[in-house]
Ligand binder design. Structure first.
Ligand code: ADP
Ligand code: F6P
Length: 475
């Protein structure tokens, strides 16, 4: 088997440095654990120097070798906080209102991609297969091709892809689209994203489909497909079972005092709809006085990208909303929202999911949302909780047993919470069973193998839409 090289901006922290919040690091770690390989990325550190240092820090964990590089402060500002997280992130999450298209940041983005390509090109051997992850690194393949690299290179986008008229608002949209054509395979989370992307390509006259999922751009042929990312289902379930003995989880159970538990777990990001979720919960409390004192909503939300002004602003807003709702509804022995701003260990998280009666996963837009899948994997088969899921999460294309909601509609999301609390056991089991079977079949290994098979062989990419049994729809 050829060596796999994964490239991503974010890499997981060392095993002894705690939990990583973020789907990419969690999923790829699981995917690479068996096959092993090289993982190149940003160390998370900023160097004091003004120009990038090509010094590589190496870390070995099991059969994964991490090659990490520092960025300069300017790189971090322009490439990561700037172009990636103030232009691409809002744009690809349909938030043109929050996008900031800055020319200097754009230059920084392409410069850092060229830097990563320089570092990587020096390490590539002829048979290596390269798998580039996420929106930080779209131009990487084009930079590698310019350096004469002819290896197979795949790209997977962990976040959504919007309709063409949203994407075309980006002043440099054509340059980015062209960059995609240097890959051999471009993968998206769900069929809707892939269809939007194909539409962009075709409307810009940059590619045409020659056979199912295969496209031609000039002389280059490449594939486009949808590969919904999974979790380590069986492993997460056993962690959740074990976690029933976890001291923190037991403390939580005691503190609940027989109240129903609603749980939300997200990075503090505007795409996650946390403010809207709290407002929906407020509607539920207003409309269901009998629930006062009998339900606790735990929101675990580590801070994320605090250097980006839109994030700092949102952090304030959410804290205010939580405070206001607690001020209005609390009693001397009951607080309706417990709001925590930190990561928790994976075991604890799994245990909290298992104990919860409702998982509230209501992003305004999300590529997949692994929290939704982890919540399902952690449930007790004989008494499972209910997943209340946004129709705008990629996971809604798979988890047909969830209660689907429109997160912009607080009244009906509040109603869905009330319905979930009252849902009879038989219905909960039927809904959960269907989702769990899906997650067992399509786990993270399936995701990794199906992507790499499409990249490394002549196989077609899986079909889009209803022809692909992986896609289902909740109702
Ligand atoms: P994103 O990649 O946008 O952050 P996902 O839901 O796809 O969203 O992935 C988030 C991952 O990070 C999940 O594996 C989840 O368990 C983990 N995570 C999120 N919040 C926390 C937290 N507070 N503590 C520990 N892990 C977290
Ligand atoms: O899953 C989407 C994603 O943007 C990943 O690329 C990223 O690692 C994760 O969310 C967390 O974001 P960040 O790396 O900016 O902390």
């Amino acid at each position: 088997m050829s060596r796999l090289i994964v490239v991503s901006n974010r890499v997981p922290p060392p095993a002894d440095k705690g939990a990583s919040a973020g789907g990419l690091a969690v999923a790829l770690q699981a995917a690479l654990r068996d096959r092993g390989g090289l993982w190149l990325g940003w160390s998370g550190e900023t160097a004091a120097t003004e120009t990038e240092s090509e010094q590589i820090k190496t870390r070995v964990e099991g059969n994964i070798t991490f090659s990490l590089v520092d960025l300069t402060k300017r790189d971090q500002e322009e490439y990561y906080s700037g172009f990636a997280n103030r232009a691409l992130w809002p744009l690809l999450h349909y938030r043109l209102d929050l996008a900031d298209f800055d020319r200097r940041d754009t230059t920084g983005y392409f410069r850092v991609n060229a830097f990563f390509a320089r570092i990587l090109a020096a390490q590539i051997q002829p048979d290596d297969v390269i798998w580039v992850q996420d929106y930080h690194l779209i131009p990487l393949a084009a930079e590698l091709r310019a350096r004469g690299i002819t290896n197979k290179i795949g790209f997977f986008l962990h976040i959504p892809w919007p309709p063409a008229d949203v994407f075309f608002a980006m002043p440099w949209h054509r340059r980015l689209l062209e960059a995609f054509t240097s890959y051999d395979l471009v993968g998206f989370q769900i069929d809707y994203d892939a269809e939007n992307f194909v539409n962009c390509l075709v409307r810009e006259g940059l590619g045409r489909e020659t056979s199912r999922g295969t496209f031609k751009a000039g002389e280059r042929e490449f594939k486009i497909g949808a590969f919904p990312i999974g979790i380590e289902t069986a492993e997460f379930t056993s962690v959740a079972v074990e976690a029933e003995h976890n001291a923190l989880v037991k403390r939580m159970a005691v503190s609940l005092n027989n109240r129903k538990l609603i749980i939300g777990v997200d990075r503090l990001d505007y795409s996650k709809g946390i403010d809207q979720r709290m407002l929906a919960y407020e509607r539920f409390l207003e409309n269901t006085p009998s629930a006062h004192g009998k339900v606790t909503y735990l929101q675990v939300t580590p801070k994320s990208r605090s250097d980006v002004p839109e994030y700092a602003e949102m952090q304030r807003e959410i804290a205010e909303t939580a405070g206001r709702i607690n001020g209005a509804f609390s009693d001397i022995d009951w607080v309706p929202i417990r709001y925590i701003n930190r990561t928790v260990k994976r075991t604890t998280l799994a245990g909290l999911f298992r104990m919860a009666d409702i998982g509230l996963v209501t992003p305004l837009r999300d590529g997949m949302n692994l929290v939704a899948k982890e919540f399902v994997a952690a449930q007790k088969p004989e008494d499972p909780g209910v997943l209340v899921l946004s129709r705008f999460a990629g996971a809604a294309r798979e988890l047909d047993g969830a209660v689907l909601v429109n997160p912009y509609d607080m009244e009906s999301t509040g109603g869905a919470i009330a319905g979930a609390i009252e849902m009879p056991l038989e219905e909960r089991i039927a809904r959960w069973r269907s989702m769990y079977d899906q997650l067992t079949r399509y786990d993270v290994n399936y995701w990794c193998e199906s992507f790499l098979k499409a990249l490394e062989t002549q196989h077609n990419v899986p079909a889009f839409g209803s022809q692909n049994p992986q896609f289902r729809q909740a109702s």
